[in-house]
Design a protein around this ligand. Sequence first.
Ligand SMILES: [Zn+2]
Length: 391
Amino acid sequence: MHVIRGGRVADVDGTREADVVIADGEIVAVGPNAVAEIGGGEAVDVETDASGSVVAPGLIDAHVHVMMDGRPDVATAVSDSDYTASYRAAGNLRAALEAGVTTVRDLGSRGTLALDAGEAVADGEIDGPRVLACGRNVIMTGGHGNWFGREADGPSEVRKAAREQLKAGADVLKCMATGGVLTEGAVTGAPELTPEELEAFTDAAAPTDTPTAAHAHGEQGIKNAVEAGITSIEHGTFMDREAAEMMADRGTYWVPTASALRGIVDHGVEAGIPEDAVEKAEDAADRFDDAWDHALEADVSIAMGTDAGTPFNFFADIPRELAYMVDHGLSPEGALEAATVNAADLLGLDDVGRIEEGYRADLVVLDADPTEDVTAWQDPEAVFAAGERTE
Ligand SMILES: [Zn+2]
């Protein structure tokens, strides 16, 4: 058994003094008397001194693309071989883990790349966070991300496309309800899949209770997706008050991906990002501030996601998203909740997000309390994934 001793523990239940005992990848005791609870010091083989530090749950990123590496122009990755994309994914996953991210959800990579990456991590072939994945994105012909998505038109074809992903082992289904920033010619907020197609999409996921995610910037596309019963709205950049209220009513999660807009707006054309994408991102930035106001006012449930892999949005920087969320008005406690229990709930996981007996030992050791200083997430002293310490 392994004990992390002498520190404080911070999760959604607050910050308190506690030791954490880990065995077989699981948390087996937490509290000031945790070591006594497991039968005393003799049972402890390894000890990590956490005095002065804070132990928090590993972060959960609900929106990444493991095959992308933050290059300015995503379109240049089209010609890379599948092998190159796979090695890149392995590098991204290692970077995420070292940054304290212990679970990621891939919302669109080519073929079965991300699904296979999840298996490679589970089998110990590569180091990385636990990976849940959607397989291929379901999009209308010519829609956003058509260069790697599964194009489908009409309810029956969309249903088939969704079922193909489930057959391939998808943990979540992802579709495009509107255009996007990074596909040249696509209009950012314009609806793409129709309400009927979205219905067929969520219907395909229903029998297995598989979560569904919709990329949606424009308010109409957001509302179409919410009405179809989608589990999470990704980006939600132009969310208006009505959309926010609909989401709060139905319990639809919002995954804001603030890092994605920042990556584009902060670097711009000079850094090699296509002009079309920069213009669209700049237009979106103001509206995104309003979206936050509406979401916070309506009390929409927020889960953390970054869209890591998009321009200048690196896997190593994922923990910055919590600080961005706080910039937008969320409390540091709210950011912790978004990146732990809310993201776990969205992903359908009940064994991560808390420091509690029976939970997976996915932990970060931080030099400050992240509910007092949200930047504390950005430089973990140690990271544990299922109890294994990452060097
Ligand atoms: Zn994305």
